[in-house]
Design a protein around this ligand. Structure first.
Ligand code: PLP
Length: 318
């Protein structure tokens, strides 16, 4: 059954999060572990995955402060831009998306959606876009004299952290089994960092970097972790899972995605979730070199962080 987030309230969102299904995977692709996928891609068909969690407190805060416009930024296939445009239309905010690069003659499917959902797109040069974390960025992008709520790229701010902390609590309270490990893809590292807030104390978190520069992601995730919790500090970002770089695919990933399509009934996006799943598979395969009797049963959770709209883009082979 398809459910939509219909109301902007913490109660309604939390209820939706608690109803997200956990799907048990029975497949030879992942031998020797009890694997479950938490289907946060289904929290809403359009405000999907971890971006929904990063948005909720931003939207509540914008409303609380009486702002009627949300400004944010991203690239041509950003899941965050997509979710923000939909959320703006659904909950009555005007939205402005600052988009990296010149306006192309034909917009990506994501940007076409964003415009259809009413987002005003403002294209800025790549060199200006690189300044996005500087205080003067919004002014340079022409947004100085407006009253708006600004959300940084990817939803990476303290409101985003609060939303992911809520996800951690929901996972703690709704897990169908006691999980030993929780795997997820990492971009900015905020989701991984914020999940260390304490609710998932007994679970080992494993973030898979989906782009090069794993050390920087590790550092960023650690920073978000420190903002999320006083007690935690160490987060694990696994390297070597980017398959050629951000939004790139290599042969191993292409083959893995097609095996998944045949064997498990979970749609995977190839920019994020498929890379995390492949890295998990490689880890499982190397563990299985230890005789099975010597191992304890381990329960593993893979977070489906959404991103399926991005599958409309063209795969770029490495
Ligand atoms: C944005 C995104 C991520 C990365 O989340 P971070 O908090 O930036 O690490 C992972 N998966 C999907 C599908 C995403 O859209």
């Amino acid at each position: 059954m398809i459910r939509y987030l219909t109301e902007l309230s913490l109660e309604a969102f939390t209820e939706a999060a608690r109803n997200v299904p956990y799907q048990q995977i029975d497949s030879d692709l992942f031998p020797g572990i009890d694997l479950w996928v938490r289907r946060d891609d289904l929290i809403d068909p359009l405000i999907s995955g971890n971006k929904a969690y990063k948005l909720i407190y931003n939207l509540l805060e914008a409303r609380e402060q009486g702002k009627d416009t949300i400004v944010t930024c991203g690239g041509a296939w950003s899941n965050h831009i997509h979710a923000s445009a939909v959320a703006g239309q659904r909950f009555g905010f005007k939205t402005i998306g600052i988009i990296r690069g010149e306006r192309p003659p034909v917009l990506s499917a994501m940007l076409q959606d964003a415009e259809r959902f009413g987002m005003e797109l403002r294209f800025v040069s790549r060199s200006l876009y690189r300044q996005r974390d500087k205080p003067e960025f919004l002014m340079q992008a022409g947004l100085a004299d407006m009253d708006y709520w600004y959300i940084p790229e990817g939803g990476a701010n303290l409101e985003g952290v609060k939303g992911v902390q809520m996800l951690a609590k929901v996972i703690r309270d709704t897990s169908p089994v006691a999980f030993h490990e929780c795997w997820l893809p990492c971009g900015t590292g905020l989701t991984l960092g914020a999940l260390t807030c304490g609710s998932l104390r007994s679970v080992e978190l494993r973030g898979v970097a989906v782009l090069k520069g794993e050390a920087a992601i590790q550092q960023a995730a650690t920073g978000w972790s420190q903002k999320s919790s006083k007690e935690f500090g160490s987060v694990q970002v696994l390297a070597g899972g980017h398959c050629g770089g951000y939004a790139r695919v290599d042969q191993a990933l292409i083959e893995f995605i097609s095996s998944c399509q045949e064997q498990i009934s979970v749609p995977l996006d190839w920019v994020y979730v498929a890379k995390a799943a492949l890295k998990l598979k490689k880890s499982v395969d190397s563990r299985n070199k230890i005789p099975l009797q010597a191992q304890e049963q381990i329960n593993v959770l893979l977070l489906h962080t959404g991103g399926l709209q991005g599958n409309r883009g063209r795969m770029v082979a490495f």
